[in-house]
Design a protein around this ligand. Structure first.
Ligand code: SAM
Length: 292
């Protein structure tokens, strides 16, 4: 894993820097980066990482935790699906069809951590039998070459910066590894109802870890949706070996059981205000470009 730290900085480019170098970035993206990514070689590296992780004991634990989280989802399969699954002799709770959205993966062609996170994502999709095309990814740091690699793998690359504001209409696995708090907070805001939240499984940074690391007053003020969710979500922490600590540290499977959500005051659900972050100088996410 040598060089991970140096390479991480490529993935974790800060918002201010990204804005300052916008003109430069466009030309770099549209010319040299695409050429620099050898699609075949990058796909092979990713597949090698998948094979490596598949043999790891901690992967089995991730898989089990995901299955437990998935079987507790609010969503129930339709009658016709149940019959179909019973015909095949399978437990219906194991067969809920999920889709997947991944934000903030990072530049996986140059960053080892991001590459292992992508490999883990592919294993998770396989474990839950989520078709590759039903997994959508977005990161403003992706080069056009990296987008081509993802398409080559069969995944769906989003073209629009949603800032994490995606409403969940179906049971969905969100994969947000080491992402800025605003991305999680935006996602929660967009789904802030007792109907939507139970449809979500988030694999990402532990909310209670975020709470522990942030000054309480600022956490409540700036990330109010995470701050409210901490007390009602279920977090199952995911293990990782020490050699992969940079890649998978502080990760949990997070779900939102309806019974727990009902503990929040009814007033929280009425017209939840869109997060503004006016007190956050370092937001850690790239915002959508606004037309000038
Ligand atoms: C701290 S880095 C983490 C990268 C990688 N997952 C890792 O652990 O090394 C945060 C990532 O979020 C991405 N990001 C920033 N704004 C985003 C947005 N609006 N939507 C999706 N991803 C975003 C950044 O480009 C960056 O790659």
């Amino acid at each position: 894993m040598s060089g991970t730290q140096e390479e991480w900085q490529v993935a974790g480019r800060r918002k201010g820097a990204a804005r300052r170098s916008k003109a430069l970035q466009v030309s770099v993206t549209s010319t040299s980066c695409q050429d620099q990514v050898d699609i075949g070689k990058t796909v092979k590296r990713i597949r090698d990482a998948v094979s490596e992780l598949r043999c790891e004991e901690f992967w089995q634990q991730w898989k089990e935790q995901l299955l437990v989280a998935g079987s507790a989802l609010f969503w129930k399969p339709s009658e016709s699906m149940v019959t179909e699954q019973q015909d095949k002799g399978k437990d219906s709770s194991q067969c809920q069809q999920l889709e997947c959205v991944c934000y903030g993966l990072g530049s996986f062609s140059s960053c080892v951590s991001a590459r292992y996170q992508l490999a883990m994502l592919l294993l998770l999709l396989d474990a839950r039998r989520i078709p590759l095309k039903d997994c959508s990814l977005y990161d403003p740091a992706f080069s056009s070459g990296e987008r081509d690699v993802l398409k080559e793998l069969g995944l769906t690359v989003l073209t629009e910066n949603e800032e994490g504001k995606r409403r969940t209409a179906k049971p969905t696995l969100f994969y947000l590894m080491h992402c800025g708090k605003a991305l999680y907070n935006n996602l929660l805001w967009k789904n802030w109802s007792t109907q939507c939240l139970p449809l979500m499984i988030i694999i990402g940074n532990s909310f209670s870890g975020m709470q522990d690391r942030t000054i309480e007053r600022e956490f409540k003020r700036d990330y109010s949706y995470i701050s409210q969710a901490v007390s009602v979500c279920e977090e199952r922490s995911l293990p990782c070996p020490s050699r992969l600590i940079d890649v998978f540290s502080d990760t949990a499977v997070i779900t939102f059981p309806t019974s727990s959500l009902n503990r929040l005051p009814q007033s929280t659900w009425a017209e939840p205000p869109e997060p503004q972050y006016q007190h956050c100088p370092d937001l850690e996410i790239t915002l959508k470009e606004t037309p000038s």
